[in-house]
Design a protein around this ligand. Structure first.
Ligand code: AMP
Length: 301
């Protein structure tokens, strides 16, 4: 299918493109991604198009949110396919900058010399305390990298709204807090998790797995389903639900990083679900199937 999608690689090109759209009276939506576009990303574009006439998708594997030893180098980079898939769902532009364009030549040189992207060499925003929990506990520098790149993208694209997936539930909360704390005036829209028909949450990292590993990865959504079931049947003991989730994942087998019931607003662990509306509680999981680290979550309501 032919599309009018424009591929932009520099900040100047983005500014020009967005200025022209705004001069036509259009609202601008941004969908930040790291590429390897799949139907989850496409659903974010579709949601953005409900509230904005021009949707820009950024495709950038952000080095400052990866720690040494994580999959920065191996992360799938499939720009041609990405452009096609995003054009199919009506995105107006893809912004796919190089690291040098995004962070400057000095960062490229520091990465070459140190093998990491030293965020502390920059003036950068710091994520709030909710970022210290869960993913942040396992990946201490991750959310500072996320808020830094999202802040930069907001400055470059200057969108009216931005869409983020509930797939990365903690990331969505951290970004909402940044926008509120820093008075950024950008509408943040959280979008539901897109799943394969068998329940697996769609992720760019799913392509690391063969069919046997993929079958084991189904234990994450199965554990979330069981957590909901226990809650609906009247169980308010979060330790019991957490333990049941762990057993399901461990049996797959997969290695649990965490499997918890948390307050959906504060992200703090909940000791009991007594008197709590299921919509205010979230089951969250991170687990490894061999070397592939997966995250998933679901509301209990
Ligand atoms: P990523 O490219 O993995 O950094 O993701 C870019 C955006 O897409 C983030 O806001 C993710 O939460 C969102 N996303 C990724 N996978 C899904 C999914 N299966 N359903 C909905 N949103 C998703």
């Amino acid at each position: 299918m032919a599309s009018g999608l424009v591929l932009l690689t520099t900040k100047r090109e983005v500014a020009k493109f967005v200025d022209a759209a705004r001069a036509r009276g259009e609202r601008i939506g941004l969908v930040p991604t790291m590429g390897a576009i799949h139907s989850g990303h496409q659903s974010l574009v579709a949601r953005a198009l409900e509230s904005a006439q021009t949707v820009v998708v950024s495709v950038f594997v952000n080095p400052t949110q990866f720690a040494p030893g994580e999959d920065y180098d191996a992360y799938p980079r499939t720009l041609d396919d990405d452009v096609r898939l995003l054009g199919e769902v009506g995105a107006a532009a893809v912004f796919a900058p190089s690291v040098a364009e995004m962070y400057g030549e000095r960062m490229v040189e520091l990465m070459r010399r140190t093998g990491r992207a030293p965020i502390e060499s920059m003036c950068h925003p710091v994520a709030g305390s909710a970022a210290k929990l869960w993913e942040g506990a396992k990946r201490p520098t991750h959310f500072d990298g996320v808020v830094t790149v999202v802040n930069k993208l907001f400055n470059i694209v200057d969108p009216d709204l931005a869409c983020f997936g509930e797939k990365d539930f903690q990331q969505l909360a951290v970004i909402r807090q940044m926008v509120c704390d820093m008075d950024m005036g950008i509408e943040i829209i959280g979008c539901p998790i897109a799943r394969d028909p068998d329940g697996l949450a769609i992720s760019s990292r799913n392509r690391y797995m063969d069919e046997f590993q993929r079958a084991r990865a189904l234990s994450l959504s199965a554990a979330l389903g069981r957590a909901r079931e226990m809650f609906v049947q009247g169980c308010t003991d979060t330790a019991a639900i957490s333990s049941e989730m762990r057993s399901i994942i461990t049996a797959a087998p997969a290695e649990v990083d965490y499997a918890e019931i948390i307050d959906a607003a504060t992200l703090e662990p909940l000791e009991s679900l007594e008197g709590i509306d299921g919509a205010d509680a979230r089951a969250i999981i991170a687990a490894r199937v061999d070397t592939t680290r997966l995250i998933d979550n679901a509301s209990l309501g």
